[in-house]
Design a protein. Structure first.
Length: 630
């Protein structure tokens, strides 16, 4: 019956049929079921380790008498402490009355006796069986089982599934069968979906066999059924997200050889550990831009059913001021939106790299949409109404201030955009042979790009994948910085409390703030031009040279300034040159202007050299030979 079902699946997706037929052996199925059942039994038995018996301590959490005795115990402790303080204060006097001290000591004796008796009752005696709250114990017992199994689901599916998918692609690549699959008439979507569903099928069986106990334990713990199924939906979405990116990682990291699966699954494991600890032990602050990163972990949705410190914060989660955290539907929806953006762009890159292993993961036009979509995500989690505490003379006054909220998050917005843009710089910058082909044959494609004015050469730089990445990176920088510039322009209007101490736009001024943004843009263009110039080298390691040069240009200037004793406070203008404008607040406007002009000069010189190299690369072989160049 199982194999008949597999045959029917094969008609729908041949790749899934291939994966299932190789893995769904009777022995493998039995092993998966045994592992799942033994794990469930182990979790269930482990939770019985603190089952209240007739020897259950009076200080136990489920003893109904505990609270009363603890109140008496704490009251006696307080009385003893007060009398001892009086004795200490009285005996510190030079001529104190011994009779008075003795009276205090006499008062201590019955209190210490009572303290000893209460301590014995609480920590050395047993709670009467009829006073044990078994109903609460069973509720907590089922909740612990639900949480434990849910956490195991997350780690098992995401870490193990990621490892298996990357290892499978690496194995197919080593055997040469991956190229054979590429030649099949199936679409890349069908092939890779078949792998996502088929390769981790044994992991799916292990988890599915444990779902009934997980569901039953959640219901028995009085967890809302909507919250349980909401977690399941988010878990499925997270699997699609991480598996999609695992496939992409497997396609673009062939140079790691056999280390690929360990690296990919290790990164997922590290991310899950960090987000799990953040969810469990932090104050749960979710009113900042980095919330999008935390919501990539299904643990946040699990926390909705787990009493903890950040449960209230999860209920207050907003997206563009929409209170998505008020309901299960809203929380599931914002998770799916967050995953959906990542899944969409992962599959756009997968489809390109699957058919062309040496091509760019995305093209230039897609990069514009990618940057724009992530601006929506970043700013959506930034724009939340949140109670802020701002210094107001002698007290901290809580109030809702949109301007302050954006000001708090501007570092996150800038940081995530810098990471995104550096990633696009590596993806969009073509290497020597690609630019050589583009420079040599672009005149043949000029007829493909016409508008009402004739040949539109600019479009060649904007959309053609083989052209240098300079204009594309400038457009992406414009998309990323436009919301920041708009905020800088309207920030003084938003600052309804007129507090310059917490608003760096008000303290710097609009013009200087906007100048800082353009400094960042000019600096990124220097890195882009430098990288593109080095990628035109004839060296086979030009990619490493470009990466090393950009990293050195980013890190070495602040390191050199720090070693030289040039700090932001004593010489802020020096930090503006070839470095992100962290010292903008302490710098004079003339220094900012000079730094910007200098950056433009460097960009001009680099572009002159780049244009010269492109023209040389575009020469025909005959012309280069006649000119004496090889």
């Amino acid at each position: 019956m199982t194999f008949n079902l597999i045959d029917k699946i094969g008609e729908w997706n041949p790749q899934l049929f291939r994966e299932l037929k190789g893995r769904l052996k009777v022995f493998n199925i039995l092993i998966a079921l045994v592992i799942s059942l033994l794990t469930q039994l182990g979790v269930f038995i482990y939770q019985f380790s603190d089952f209240p018996t007739k020897f259950y301590s009076m200080s136990g959490a489920y003893c109904n008498l505990k609270q009363g005795y603890e109140l008496k115990y704490n009251s006696v402790n307080q009385a003893i402490y007060q009398i001892e303080q009086k004795i200490t204060a009285y005996t510190s006097l030079k001529n104190y009355d011994l009779v008075k001290v003795q009276e205090f000591k006499d008062q201590l004796k019955p209190l210490k006796a009572q303290h000893s008796e209460l301590e014995k009752i609480l920590y050395q005696s047993y709670c009467p069986p009829e006073q044990i709250n078994m109903q609460l114990w069973w509720q907590d017992h089922w909740q612990y089982i639900y949480i434990t199994l849910s956490v195991m689901f997350v780690f098992t599916l995401l870490v193990t599934g990621t490892y298996l998918l990357i290892a499978n692609l690496a194995q197919e690549d080593r055997r040469g069968t991956l190229n054979f699959i590429r030649l099949s008439p199936q679409s890349e979507h069908s092939i890779l979906t078949g792998k996502m569903l088929g390769v981790p099928v044994i992991i799916y069986l292990i988890v599915l066999a444990a779902v009934p106990l997980n569901l039953w334990s959640g219901i028995s713990a009085n967890i809302p059924i909507g919250a349980i199924f909401g977690f399941y939906v988010v878990l499925i979405a997270s699997c699609i997200f991480f598996y999609s990116n695992a496939l992409l990682f497997g396609l673009i990291s062939r140079f790691f050889s056999g280390f690929q699966p360990w690296l990919g699954s290790g990164l997922v494991l590290l991310f899950l550990f960090i987000t799990f600890n953040t969810m469990s032990y932090s104050n749960g602050e979710l009113h900042h831009t980095a919330t999008w990163l935390r919501l990539l972990s299904p643990f946040e949705m699990l926390g909705y059913t787990w009493p903890r410190k950040n449960e209230l914060s999860l209920h207050e989660l907003q997206f563009f001021y929409i209170p998505v955290g008020k309901s299960i539907v809203g929380l599931v929806g914002i998770h799916i939106l967050n995953y959906g953006v990542g899944i969409y762009w992962a599959w756009q890159a997968i489809k390109r790299r699957f058919r062309n292993p040496e091509g760019a993961a995305i093209n230039k036009f897609q990069s514009y949409l990618l940057v724009a979509s992530y601006q929506v995500i970043f700013w959506g989690f930034t724009l939340q109404y949140h109670k802020n505490y701002v210094p107001n003379y002698k007290e901290y006054t809580p109030y809702y201030d949109v301007n302050y909220q954006i000001g708090q998050n501007i570092f996150f917005i800038v940081f995530f955009n810098i990471v995104l843009l550096f990633g696009l710089l590596a993806i969009l910058s073509p290497h020597r042979q690609t630019i050589q082909d583009w420079a040599r044959y672009r005149h043949q494609n000029s007829t493909n790009y016409r508008d009402i004015r004739g040949e539109f050469w600019l479009k060649d730089w904007v959309v053609d994948e083989k052209s240098p990445s300079l204009l594309a990176m400038l457009i992406n920088l414009a998309i990323a910085t436009t919301p920041i510039i708009v905020w800088i322009v309207i920030a003084p209007v938003l600052n309804i409390h007129h507090n310059t101490a917490i608003n760096w736009v008000n303290s710097l001024g609009r013009f200087k703030s906007i100048s800082g943004v353009f400094l960042c843009i000019s600096l990124m263009m220097i890195y882009t031009t430098l990288a593109q110039l080095l990628l035109l080298m004839k060296s086979p390691r030009r990619g490493l040279w470009a990466t090393g040069a950009v990293v050195a240009a980013t890190i070495l200037p602040p390191v050199f300034l720090g070693i030289s004793g040039i700090t932001v406070s004593n010489n802020p203008e020096a930090w503006l040159f070839f470095n992100f404008p962290w010292s903008l607040e302490n710098s004079a406007m003339m220094g900012v202007f000079t730094s910007f002009i200098t950056n433009l000069g460097v960009i001009l010189l680099l572009n002159i050299q780049l244009n010269k190299q492109i023209n040389l690369a575009g020469e025909s072989a005959t012309k280069a030979l006649l000119a004496g160049r090889k």
